[in-house]
Design a protein around this ligand. Structure first.
Ligand code: AMP
Length: 214
């Protein structure tokens, strides 16, 4: 089962991908996580990506396309995977379609988690990420047991640089301009499913299950 999570930044792609992982035991490949890990490790890729990410812009297609295609070759992807945050542009989607086609494969489902911009801005201002293990919390929706402290590892919870309100607005602009056209692209391939992102974690999980368990 090969799934793409679409939707604006903050619509809950990562959260809902986690639910699918637990149920279907396939890995999530998050380009945002891979890039942040590279920044943390100070790799060449991390150095090249950081400026774009801090500014709320997309990193150039050539930095992410090969990275994802190589990752999909790994053994843990043989029964499927969830792509979270990739593709984000039409050229990325085309590169993915081509790379899969060469192997006689294709994406099964593109799930578009839909939410209004204002709801996303409100939601992202409460998002907190563990500086140590990367776990995600929310001051209102998924509060940690102790304020500011990660439930999993005790690390410090922080507001990500690119979750600052001004950067969120910039990222939403980038989403509408460069990523939203993917909705039509996958509709054209007959694999797009629209999911109401306001239903809450359980409601969205049910809506997703209704699509992929069919
Ligand atoms: P995310 O955690 O998915 O919201 O990604 C955080 C940031 O990483 C984005 O704002 C982009 O700067 C960068 N990024 C992640 N995935 C991609 C991608 N597929 N194409 C270009 N930039 C990306």
């Amino acid at each position: 089962m090969k799934i793409i999570m679409l939707g604006a930044p903050g619509a809950g792609k990562g959260t809902h991908a986690k639910g699918i992982v637990e149920k279907y035991h396939i890995p999530t490949i998050s380009t945002g996580d891979i890039l942040r890990q590279n920044i943390k490790e100070g790799t060449e890729l991390g150095k090249r990506a950081k400026g774009y990410m801090d500014a709320g812009e997309l990193v150039p297609d050539e930095l992410v396309c090969d990275l994802v295609v190589d990752r999909l070759e790994k053994d843990d992807c043989k029964d499927g995977y969830i792509l979270d945050g990739f593709p984000r542009t039409i050229p990325q989607a085309e590169a993915l379609t081509e790379a899969l086609k060469e192997k006689g494969m294709a994406i099964d489902y593109a799930l578009d988690i839909e939410m209004e911009d204002q709801a996303i801005i409100d939601r992202m201002s409460g998002r907190r990420v563990c500086a140590k293990c990367g776990a995600t919390f929310h001051t209102v929706n998924i509060p940690p047991k102790v304020e500011g402290v990660c439930d999993n590892c005790g690390g410090e919870l922080q507001l990500r640089d690119d979750d600052q309100p001004e950067t969120v607005k910039k990222r939403l602009g980038v989403y509408h301009e460069q990523t939203a056209p993917l909705i039509e692209y996958y509709k054209g391939q007959g694999i797009l499913h629209e999911i109401d992102g306001t239903l809450g974690i359980e409601g969205v999980a049910k809506a997703i299950a209704a699509v992929i368990d069919k």
